[in-house]
Each structure stands twice: as structure tokens, then as C-alpha cells.
Design a protein around this ligand. Sequence first.
Ligand code: FSO
Ligand code: SF4
Length: 545
Amino acid sequence: MSMFCYQCQETSKGTGCTIAGVCGKTAEVSDIQDLLLFVTKGIAVYNDLLRKEGKASKEADKFVVDALFISITNANFDFEAIKAKVKEGLSLKNKLASQLNTTQNLPDACTWNGDESEFMTKAKEVGVLHTKNEDIRSLKELIHYGIKGMAAYAEHAYNLDKTDDQIFSFMQHALAEITREDITIDELIPLALETGRYGVQVMALLDAANTGRFGNPEITEVNIGAGKNPGILISGHDLRDIEELLQQTEGTGVDVYTHSEMLPAHYYPQLKKYKHLVGNYGGAWWQQKEDFEAFNGPILFTTNCIVPPSRNASYLGKIFTTGAAGLDGARHIAERKPGQQKDFSEIIEMAKNSQPPRQIESGTIVGGFAHAQVMALADKVVDAVKSGAIRKFFVMAGCDGRMKSRSYYTDFAKALPNDTVIMTAGCAKYRYNKLPLGDIGGIPRVLDAGQCNDSYSLAVIALKLKEVFGLDDINQLPIAFNIAWYEQKAVIVLLALLHLGVKNIHLGPTLPGFLSPNVAKVLVDNFGIGGISTVDKDIEMFLAS
Ligand code: FSO
Ligand code: SF4
């Protein structure tokens, strides 16, 4: 075995990538990520203790968030950049150690201080399989992945100057807890549920950060064709990055197109006002090789999901990364200095010398149904439910991926009866957002709330509908949850929904490989979590319940 990783839905054979990642991660990158997470746990333990002494470090808060985000699926493939982060972590760890008054039994994650020549040997000792008991390992990793998702959302909020000390504190406390060798299953289960509570909190924080700066998403038709000017394609999830890119490209003759999870940028008043934000180009993240070949201009990744390009890809020299994203061979745009913007001039210059994008499709898609917009239509929605025009809502949020079995979601959307409405968020929507599914009395049958974190909006809508209908329990609403997952942000979304009391969530296309049979049983018995079967059987089951 040259590596071990089982954090995403596409993990090899559903059990673990052991030679190289299905995602394109090499064993070397996987190992250095393991080491980074080990050092990060040491920092979390120290900062958790320092917090008790009233001396928590803000530098550590930020480091933990960055390091976790870097190790999310498809975010960073740059070995040297991750190694540099390990070194930065080691020196921060020593700084924190020197500030701590209490000395107690500290774990290896705190005390290990190897030099660069020892990095790869140590990395082999500290990965996921270090925990031998499969149930403990499963629960620890469930919490760990939830916290990674939380870190992604905390980072986006941070970039918009919104932070929450309770979230930093919980992340570090939870990391410290899962570093314990003596932690029991009875301690880990409530910690997993508490992770969901902070999942709701971080999504609320990011929602407030996004809407506070860019306004509430509103119904918007987004062009999916190509224009005549050269363009920059921006991917990932960071709205501060796209705002600065739009400001810096204004008046340059270069258009900006969104890709994959950046599509919802079009729904925000303070972003859609830029006339040169002309459309969304291509499909979900996993189709990027074909889409990028056709785009012609430079591509900026603000986060995941990156698919490492092959050596002969025509767009090889045109990829830029920023923030937590990284790719060897791509140019990385440095962090913004205090009071300044990131400098995107190199990308803009490259775009000016590029051909315009090749048109690969035409038409428009509609979105912008986040909580404020749906609530503005509440009377219409409630009437449609009361009159029976809408029989059921299907929350089909989450992620897309390359597995063939994900065609289930397209078939499911097509087979749903005409009196049902899909509520979506995240890149899962690309499986059905270009289908002609029509509307019910002016309410589109696919309501896109936004990015994966905007699953929060779907939960807010459900809670408001519960109030409107005077119900005691969210599960009495005519809403079914058929969620597609791929990476760790979907894990925090799932834990958040469980925290809100949502039961009987179906998860596909496969259940997580990191759930041991016993941990899966806990989720099934207590929350009614289920998988998927065939489209017909599932629709029948959902409509009957
Ligand atoms: Fe998708 Fe990738 Fe947004 Fe994820 S582009 S898969 S859950 O990063 O975060 O939905
Ligand atoms: Fe495998 Fe997923 Fe880990 Fe990549 S992120 S190595 S595909 S489990």
C-alpha cells in the first residue's frame, strides 16, 4: 500500500485509494497532506489549551482553517506548496508551545518536531489507518471530514471579513478530541452530532457574509452560450475572488464566465451588475477537460474541484490557482495584502491575447432561489401546496461526480411526476438543470438555491414552511431528501441536516466508504439514513411516505 485515503465518494472500490487517488492525487501528495493534518492537530491541541488560559492565537485559527481546506478533495495537488505549509505549521506549533503555561501529557502531534528529511517517514505513520479500531476510525474521520467542510465555509466567510470565534474554537476542540487515543465511541457519537450544530452555524455565517456584501440572490436567467470577446473562466466557490476579478477586468474588453460551482455568483445583485459577467460556461467540475479545451482563455480556480490536466492538454499553461487551491505547474495568485485586492493582472493580460471561447451550448438556465427569494414567493408556494398543484418537494442538493451511476439523478429528475419540485444547491444540479422540466403555475420545477453551502437556504426554507403550515416536526412537511454527495463539504451539510432533525435522508450514489458497518447502522437506526436503489422504486417509496 503506498497511500490511504477514503474521504470522498469516488474512493477506489468504495473502500480506499491505496496506490494513487482516483481524483489524481499522487501517493506523495496524499502522504504530505496526512502530515499536514497531523501537524494541524498538534496546533489545534495547543490552541485549545491556550484558549482555556485565555490566550488563543488568531494565527492558529487561520492556519487550522487553511490546512483543512487544502486537504479537501480536489483542492490542492501541489506537493511543494503543501510541504511549505507543513513547515509553517511546525514553526507555529513551537510558538504556541512556548506560550502555554500548563504542561501535561501532550500527544505526539504536539511533541513531534522532525526536520524535512523525516517528513515522508513520519507521514506514513500518521495517516487514517493509524487508528486500528474501525468504528473509532470511522467516527473520527466522519468528524474530521465534517470539520474540513466547515473549514471551507469558514474560509469563504473569513475572506469577506466575517468570523465566529465559537466556530474556530469548536473546530480546534473537535480536532483535539479526535487526536486522543483513548476516546470512546460514546464520546465520539455526540461529538459528530455537535459537529452538525456548528455546521448550521458556519453556513449561517457564510450566508450572512455573502448576502451582506452582495445582496440576496434573486431569480436570474444565466446565459450558457459564448460571446465575442476573450474571456476568463473562474471556478470554485469564493465570491470575494470573483468580485475582485470583475472589478479588475471592467473596461478591459475581457469578459468573465463562471464555471461549475461559481454559477450562483450570477444570482447576487452586487455581482450580476457587472455587464461583462456574461455567462456560465460548461458543465459540472468533472467535465472540465473538454470544457477547458474549448474555452481558449485562462482559467482561475479559487477552490476545488480541480481535475489535474494531462500533459498534452491545450490549456496546461492557462490554469491559475488562488487561496487553498493548488496544482503543480499552475501559477498561484498570492493572498491579498491588508487593504489591497489580489492581483489578477497576469490572468487579464493572458486573456487579452486569447481567442474568444468556442460556443459549446446555447440558451439560459434559471436560478437564484435562495431563502429570501423563495420567501418572497411564499404565498404562491403555500397556495400551490394547499391546492395540491405541488404534491412534494425533493431536495436533491449536493455534488456531481464522474461515476456512471450518477445518471440516476438525471433519470430521477426526468421521471418525477409533474406535480413535484426539485430544490437544489451545489454542483449536483448539473445532472438536471438544463432539462426542460417546466414550471408549476410560474414556479420552476428546479429551484436552484446556489452553491453547496446554500443548502443552508433549503433548510431555512423548510423551517419557515414548517412554521407556515403550523407543524411540530420538519419531517411532517411534504419534502423528501435525495442527496448526492462527493466530498467533505457534503459531509458537513449532511451533519447539519441531521442536527436540524431531518430524518430519512437518502444518500448516493454510494454510501461513504469511511462509514464502518456499525457506524452506518447507528445512522440508519437513529436517523433513517438510506442509500438509493432504482429510480422507479425510489420515486414510489418517496411518494408513499
Ligand atoms: Fe461541487 Fe466540488 Fe460545491 Fe464540492 S464543485 S463537489 S461538495 O467542491 O463543494 O458542490
Ligand atoms: Fe481517493 Fe477521494 Fe482520497 Fe482522492 S480524495 S485519494 S479519490 S478517496
